[in-house]
Write a protein that binds this ligand. Structure first.
Ligand code: MG
Length: 234
């Protein structure tokens, strides 16, 4: 599926809103492994596909979903904090994450075309947030970021993407979202924004398309080449 003027309602695009895990960094396999490890250590059943399906949710929402479905109660605030802290520590023990191949080329192309770039993530993983400037020099600015520390509801609620639009003084028609996760796609679509899915993980394409993605790519180079044409013709 190609990006085209026809499927972008307005060609007055001013900004691109990037998710972080699975879009900027190849961190999703480690997040999934860390969630599986945390739940299994509590005797709770969980697998990696389920972790990918919940990507973008707040840690507390993920923990409460599993508690409610298997223990028939919510987790206490203390339990949430402890499990999330253990999950985050286990994630760190799995080693560093690296940029998704060729996403740097996508970011450069967008900058060359004088569009703003925002970060919109449900993550509060400090090691990755701190690594943004090192991995992508002069791309992400503090006033153009929405993270776990800003949001109350998190994805799939439109809140994080609406916050980014507000920060940028943008209308939904002036933005394009790049996402890799079904709940992230739902959040962006609910905010009324044209949403490009890049399936960098283990999920079936249908999961992203059913979530409402306007188009889908399988790697960043494929997206880069289409964006190049989009900029040439807009
Ligand atoms: Mg993601």
């Amino acid at each position: 599926m190609m990006i085209s003027k026809q499927n972008i309602i307005s060609s007055d695009i001013k900004a691109f809103l990037f998710d972080m895990d699975g879009v900027l960094f190849d961190s999703m396999p480690k997040h999934a492994e860390a969630w599986v490890h945390s739940f299994l250590s509590l005797g709770l059943d969980f697998n990696e596909y389920e972790a990918y399906m919940r990507e973008g949710m707040t840690g507390a929402s993920t923990i409460n979903e599993i508690f409610n479905s298997q223990l028939f109660r919510s987790a206490t605030i203390e339990e949430c904090e402890q499990i999330y802290a253990e999950k985050a520590a286990y994630f760190e023990s799995l080693g560093p994450s690296y940029p998704i191949p060729n996403v740097d080329k996508v970011l450069q192309l967008i900058q060359q075309n004088n569009k703003d770039i925002f970060l919109v993530t449900g993550s509060g993983q400090k090691s990755l947030l701190n690594k943004l400037e090192h991995s992508f020099p002069s791309v992400f600015q503090k006033d153009k970021m929405v993270t776990a520390y800003d949001v109350k509801k998190g994805k799939p609620d439109p809140e994080p993407y609406l916050m980014a639009l507000q920060k940028g003084g943008l209308s939904a028609e002036q933005a394009i979202v790049i996402e890799n996760a079904p709940l992230g796609v739902k959040s962006a679509v609910a905010a009324g924004i044209f949403t490009i899915a890049v399936n960098t993980g283990i999920l079936k394409d249908e999961e992203l398309l059913q979530a409402g993605a306007n188009c889908l790519y399988h790697d960043m180079m494929e997206l880069h080449d289409d964006l190049l044409l989009f900029f040439l013709h807009s």
